[in-house]
Design a protein around this ligand. Structure first.
Ligand code: SF4
Length: 275
């Protein structure tokens, strides 16, 4: 049986951002030559790993604030910082974030211990990959930071944002990744209420939203259609076209060479894209 074409939030986002980027990343597989380590990614990855271990170990019931902050050392990703000074500043910020995260978790547990308060949610999954078939040819897959189970049986998808101070309900509602996670969790546990929450780790700010059945069906259909488009695209004809994402794109050196060659052939000046 032929293998299914698997799409994910990252693949869809890349394609929708720039088809040429999708080609370079997933068809030509040139990413290893162009991807640059970045402080923000390394920092976010380190915090994700520390929080993953914290929740897997039982959260505040078993892990002290000191243990949590000390765990950052074990999982720290050192690549991507410009110098030791920058890395130290990020590390100190990471410790502060984890201390406050732990304190907020303790406060939530205390509040839940009050008479008639609902029990606190329990962590059902961390770093969980879910997958579902959209058609005989296409599957949808996503890796979820965390899913909490509430006392009423509802499931809360929790997604961490390490570089953000604020989040709002609209962006949860508009997030393609969080929408896909809701579709995947709901498909696995259809009798449960499923909603999604973004957590801005720098401040602890949270925002939530929930898709209804119609919205989930529409988004799943759109994912399928985009997946079909990607699957059937004539990739040889997909060439770099200047767009708003170019200044932030790791493939800019590659595309700039293409544009310089194209400009020489056409006798016009090449595009000037400042990072
Ligand atoms: S540099 Fe621009 S055109 Fe090239 S892959 Fe990146 S976003 Fe696409």
């Amino acid at each position: 049986m032929a293998r299914k074409f698997v799409i994910s939030p990252t693949k869809l986002r890349t394609y929708l951002l720039c088809p040429a980027k999708y080609r370079l990343e997933y068809i030509d597989k040139l990413g290893r030559f162009y991807h640059r380590a970045r402080a923000g990614y390394a920092f976010g990855h380190s915090l994700h790993r520390a929080l993953d271990a914290f929740h897997n170990a039982g959260g505040t019931e078993t892990v002290t604030a000191e243990d949590l902050t000390a765990s950052l050392e074990t999982v720290w990703v050192a690549k991507g910082y410009t110098d030791t000074e920058q890395e130290t500043a990020f590390r100190e910020e990471g410790v502060r974030i984890l201390q406050e995260y732990h304190a907020a978790s303790v406060a939530a547990r205390s509040a839940a211990a009050e008479p008639e308060a609902p029990p606190p949610p329990t962590t059902l999954w961390t770093e969980k990959t879910l997958r579902m078939d959209l058609s005989p040819e296409i599957a949808l897959s996503g890796r979820i930071d965390r899913v909490d189970e509430h006392a009423d049986g509802s499931l809360e998808i929790v997604d961490y944002k390490s570089g953000r101070d604020t989040v709002n309900n609209e962006e949860v509602k508009d997030s393609l990744a969080l929408s896909i996670y809701q579709i995947l969790v709901k498909q696995k546990m259809p009798d449960r209420r499923v909603f999604a929450t973004l957590v801005a780790l720098r401040t602890g700010a949270r925002a939530s939203a929930e898709l209804d059945e119609t919205e989930r069906a529409e988004i799943a259909a759109a994912c399928h259609d985009t997946g079909e488009e990607i699957r059937n695209r004539d990739w040889e004809s997909v060439l770099p076209v200047v767009n708003d994402h170019c200044p932030y794109c790791d493939f800019l050196p590659h595309c700039s060479r293409f544009w310089r060659k194209q400009a020489r052939e056409q006798g016009v000046p090449p595009p000037d894209i400042a990072r």
